[in-house]
Design a protein around this ligand. Structure first.
Ligand code: FMN
Length: 215
């Protein structure tokens, strides 16, 4: 593995900002978008259950429908690719078994060997009602959002995480409920416009001493 230096990492994280104005003429390359998609796939989740699905939308037709349901934030239509992070609305026994079957296909082993792990996961999911389970799944999608933003920044791709969206309208436009999904959060990806004044403003963060305790 070739690691990046601390100064390189911080340089990229300083470079990253919530892009308000994208240059619509600049499109992310296929190779880069493939890496971004794989970074989403590689996102860790609680128990590894991956209670999510990601929609990577380049279609202008769909994005024009999303725009008025996104506080008319132009990032939705001006970015190169618009990612909607959706959470699974349920996590049934069958979903856990599907995950374990996948684990067996990848790593080998048997359902019998994994039965204690299965019971533990089932105990965890069945301890929550539907609302709590959905809340948990939505929290998981934010891990993917963080991974997405950092991955994009490391590739020199701009992004804007977006909660200023109407999840109910998004669900309808994207036909998510029929797939057992609901909109959690979104992220516009692309390249900053030269006119975006936000690119040059200093970051507003509390002092490190206020945010981090070293013991
Ligand atoms: C979960 C989340 C949702 C956000 N939603 C929006 C949004 O809808 N529109 C927007 O312009 N910025 C949005 N932001 C950007 C934040 O305002 C921004 O990240 C924050 O002010 C820090 O600035 P920086 O990212 O430029 O360092 C969101 C950020 C996060 C993490």
């Amino acid at each position: 593995m070739s690691e990046i230096s601390p100064s390189n990492l911080l340089e990229q994280l300083q470079w990253r900002y919530a892009t308000k104005a994208f240059d619509p003429s600049q499109i992310i390359s296929d190779e880069q978008i493939a890496a971004i998609e794989q970074s989403l796939v590689l996102t860790p989740s609680s128990f590894g259950l991956q209670p999510w699905h990601f929609l990577v939308i380049s279609s202008q037709e769909i994005r024009q429908q999303l725009l008025p349901n996104s506080w008319n934030q132009r990032q939705v239509v001006d970015c190169s690719h618009f990612v909607v992070l959706a959470a699974k609305t349920s996590m049934a026994e069958a979903d856990i078994d599907r995950f374990l079957e996948r684990q067996i296909a990848v790593r080998g082993g048997s359902m019998q060997e994994l039965s204690a792990y299965r019971d533990m996961m089932l105990g965890f999911t069945s301890s929550m009602d539907a609302d709590k389970l959905l809340q948990w799944a939505k929290l998981q999608t934010y891990i993917a959002l963080g991974q997405l933003m950092t991955s994009a920044a490391l590739l020199g791709i701009d992004g804007c995480p977006m909660e200023g969206i109407d999840p109910v309208a998004y669900d309808k436009i994207l036909d998510l409920p029929s797939k057992g999904l609901t909109t959690s959060v979104a992220c516009a990806l692309g390249y900053r416009s030269k006119e975006d004044a936000y690119a040059a403003v200093a970051k507003v963060r509390f002092e490190k001493s206020e945010l981090i305790t070293t013991q």
